[in-house]
Each structure stands twice: as C-alpha cells, then as structure tokens.
Design a protein around this ligand. Structure first.
Ligand SMILES: Cc1cc2nc3c(=O)[nH]c(=O)nc-3n(C[C@H](O)[C@H](O)[C@H](O)COP(=O)(O)O)c2cc1C
Length: 243
C-alpha cells in the first residue's frame, strides 16, 4: 500500500481548477495500477488551516499553538507518513496562492530541520496564461529546502478563458504516468547541488546556535555527524524505520 498526500492550495476547494485536474490525474493513476494506493487530498476548505501569526515559536521553542485549534497537526502526520507528496496551487499574480504560502509557513520550521529529507515530492501549478515557472519554481525550492526529493514539476497552462479548457485525457494520462513512475521508483534520490549547499550552510548556522529549537533538533537527531545531505537522508530513514 502506498500513501500519497496531496495539498491543493485553493480556496475554491473541489471546484478549483487545480483540484479538478489533480482528481483526474489520480483517478487515471488508480485505474492504471494494480497497487493499493491511499490518497489524502487536503485543501484550505476541507481542512481548516489558521493563518501563521509569525510568532517564530516553531523555530525558537518548538511547536505551534495554532496546531491545537486547527487541522495542521493531523496534516503534518499525514505528510510525514506519506510515500509521496503532491503539493499544488493555482498561479496567483505569478506566484502560489496565499493559502498555499500559509500552508508552507505553518511547516516553515522544516526548512531548518529537513523533516522531508528524501521524501518524494511532485509540484503542480495551474495558470491561464503565464507565471507557472515562477510559482512552480518557488514551490519546488521550498520543498527542497525542507529536504524533499522533488522528482517532477508540472506546470499546466489552461487553454481558453471562459470557460477554461482542461487538459485532454492523453495529457492527464501522461501526468498520471509521471506520478506512477516516481511512486514505483522507490528511494531514487534526485539531490540538487543547491540542496547539498543548503545542508552545509545550515550546518554552519546551527553550530553557532545553542539556544533555539531547530538547533536542538540537529543535536538530538545527530545531524552534525552527517558529512553530506545523503548521510542525513540515510540517518532520517533509519530513524523513521525504527519508530
Ligand atoms: C487573483 C488572481 C490572480 C491570478 N493570477 C494569474 C497569473 O498571474 N497568471 C496566470 O496565468 N493566471 C492567473 N490567474 C488565473 C489562475 O492561475 C487560474 O485560474 C488557476 O487555474 C487557478 O487555480 P485554482 O482554481 O486551483 O485556484 C489568476 C487568478 C486570480 C483569481
């Protein structure tokens, strides 16, 4: 059984273009594979996600007081248990939606603690004319900063304006194949040089940091003993498997 966690960062919920397209991709995936797949789709409508208050407690002392009052702790568990993440957003003024940004802010601490180290991820953005490259590039960058193994970036430009035209079945099937191939390609790592550099930079920053929660996690998990980012991924996988 494989678990896929999907976040669709649109306030339109099931009526959003991104949601409609991803649902078709996932239906196609399910029809083309024998494997049991459990799919969790979260949106800002189905799962309440309160606005990040910018207190910085997640970095400084660990935890987020908002987690007790909304769905974020449930979503975090689903994310960490998933075999694959699909993080998606419509393009809003050449960037991701504000809801998608808020979702990332709420797990922002993971850019310091690499909670997604080695986790397979795909980014998807939809637009009506342009901006996919910037929005998708941003999503990819932040997931990589959290340690994710981002294996594909899918930017979908919808044709027509009123009504919009969605991709045809052939294209949907191609996207489903991308998901399927990467779901099957267990643990095939795609580490960018920027990710390695980020790990080294973060290591230096954390070494000089004795007080905050993110540095505590580094010490607790033994990340200072890792010489490179692949080491950290191995260590994290061993830790996850022994849980
Ligand atoms: C406020 C706003 C800003 C938008 N900005 C862009 C844009 O910069 N580039 C673009 O191609 N489409 C833009 N769009 C169109 C959306 O990207 C497109 O409808 C997308 O599929 C919306 O995704 P959703 O329905 O999943 O939220 C914008 C739409 C809105 C409402």
């Amino acid at each position: 059984m494989k678990n896929i966690f999907v976040f669709v960062g649109s306030r339109k919920g099931k009526k959003s273009n991104t949601y409609i397209i991803i649902s078709r991709i996932l239906d196609c995936l399910k029809s083309e594979t024998q494997e049991q797949i459990n799919i969790d789709i979260a949106t800002p409508v189905s799962d309440e996600i309160k606005l990040c208050m910018g207190c910085g407690n997640c970095f400084m002392v660990g935890g987020c007081s908002l987690d007790q009052n909304d769905m974020m702790s449930v979503l975090k568990r689903k994310i960490t248990n998933a075999d694959m993440l699909i993080i998606s957003s419509g393009v809003y003024l050449h960037n991701i939606s504000s809801d998608c940004k808020n979702f990332l802010d709420r797990i922002g601490i993971w850019t310091h603690t690499f909670e997604l180290a080695g986790k397979t991820a795909i980014t998807i953005t939809t637009s009506t004319s342009n901006g996919n490259d910037i929005a998708n590039g941003y999503l990819c960058k932040i997931l990589q900063c959290m340690g994710a193994n981002v294996v594909a970036n899918i930017g979908i430009k919808l044709l027509g304006k009123n009504p919009v035209e969605y991709p045809d079945d052939q294209l949907i099937s191609r996207y489903a194949d991308i998901v399927k191939e990467n779901l099957d390609a267990d643990n095939h790592l795609n580490i960018s040089s920027q990710q390695e550099q980020l790990f080294q930079n973060m290591k230096e920053i954390m070494k000089n940091n004795t007080t905050s929660y993110d540095a505590y996690i580094w010490r607790e998990k033994g990340y200072f003993e890792c010489t490179n980012f692949v080491d950290l991924i191995e260590r994290k996988r061993n830790e996850d498997n022994s849980r």
